[in-house]
Design a binder for this molecule. Sequence first.
Ligand SMILES: [Zn+2]
Length: 235
Amino acid sequence: MKSAAPRAVCAFVLMLIVAMACTSVRAWPRRRAPRESPGTIPMVIRVYVYREIPKPMSRCARELVTLILARGGVTAEWQEGRAIRRGHAGDKPSAGEAAPVLVTLRLMDAPAKPSADTTSRTLGFAVLDPETGRGDLTTVYVNRVLTLARRAHGSPGELLGAVIAHEIGHVLLGSQQHGRSGVMQAEWSEHTLRLERLDRMEFTSAELTRIHARLRWVLVESALAQRLQSIEFGP
Ligand SMILES: [Zn+2]
């Protein structure tokens, strides 16, 4: 994706020590009711997969992302993008026309040599315009997620889902800022992912207020744009 905006990078470093089974995540919603009724705002996540990911890992990650978003009143719809591969042009990972709220997610391996705006510990990043906060492109480095999960004896699917939710959070918030707790915290200790602390893996109330305000405005803008397109202006 070509981006005219400067590339702002979120170095999302996880310090994960505790292992956790994916099945525990499926039980998560029963442990604590959502703060808000889920499904109030629809959002499309268009995924471009540039490397092999085991199906259980992918499924686990998407379940966790969907849960985190649903608890924030956002219903995620997953769409498969055609990634660029050898001999195939694929789609352009760009967003805008298909849905009012759309996030583009690239799942790929990190380059051998970190770029100028990432480090060897960067697990993912979101590209946002630093002035407007607008942006839709997120990237997660799957090989680093796998490495960290293996070292931590943790669930790679959950770790992948957590990183994805974090980067999508930057897009929804329109900011590269981090919170002191919840899914948007920059560094996670072992306590964050313990079974009894899973409820912290959500957006904070303040973050949800900002997310809902931004998404509603995006929906209003989209509705206005469609309305304007339907109006015929005379000479
Ligand atoms: Zn971040």
